[in-house]
Write a new protein. Structure first.
Length: 146
């Protein structure tokens, strides 16, 4: 886990400069797909939802049930396509720095906290954290490879 945290911190530091190159006038290719800015916005929504999860787990009854959220509707409701790119990147970085802070404060006991995923699979907080990192890097690759 420590190696993944370090890798994530390095990537966040690099993103501050590289993602600022995303244009405020970026054009969506289709209505059904997300633009780079909307993918960034989706990552913001994901960070917000995971901050809530990582925090609630600390005081919740076992097991903790992850509630899904409507990703497409949040992207639309937050109007990420029209948000200032620099503000969006700043928000994304700040939220993820807080996630790193939360993760670093987990213990061996809290990392094994039982969690039930929306598909009823039982796992633990460590898996959810690792899944968050994978999700983040998947979407970051979408942004940087377009």
């Amino acid at each position: 886990m420590k190696e993944k945290i370090i890798e994530f911190e390095i990537v966040l530091a690099q993103l501050e400069t590289s993602l600022l190159a995303i244009s405020d006038i970026e054009i969506k290719t289709t209505e059904s797909s997300w633009s780079k800015k909307e993918i960034l916005g989706h990552l913001v929504d994901s960070a917000i939802n995971n901050i809530q999860r990582f925090t609630e787990i600390q005081n919740a009854d076992e097991p903790y049930y992850i509630r899904p959220y409507n990703q497409d509707e949040l992207v639309k409701a937050n109007c990420y396509q029209h948000k200032n790119s620099a503000d969006l990147v700043t928000l994304l970085i700040a939220l993820n720095r807080h996630i790193i802070y939360l993760i670093k404060n987990q213990t061996a006991v809290t990392l094994k906290y039982p969690i039930v995923l929306p598909n009823q699979t039982v796992t633990d907080l460590e898996f959810v954290i690792e899944d968050y990192f994978e999700h983040f890097f998947h979407h970051l690759n979408q942004i940087t490879s377009k």
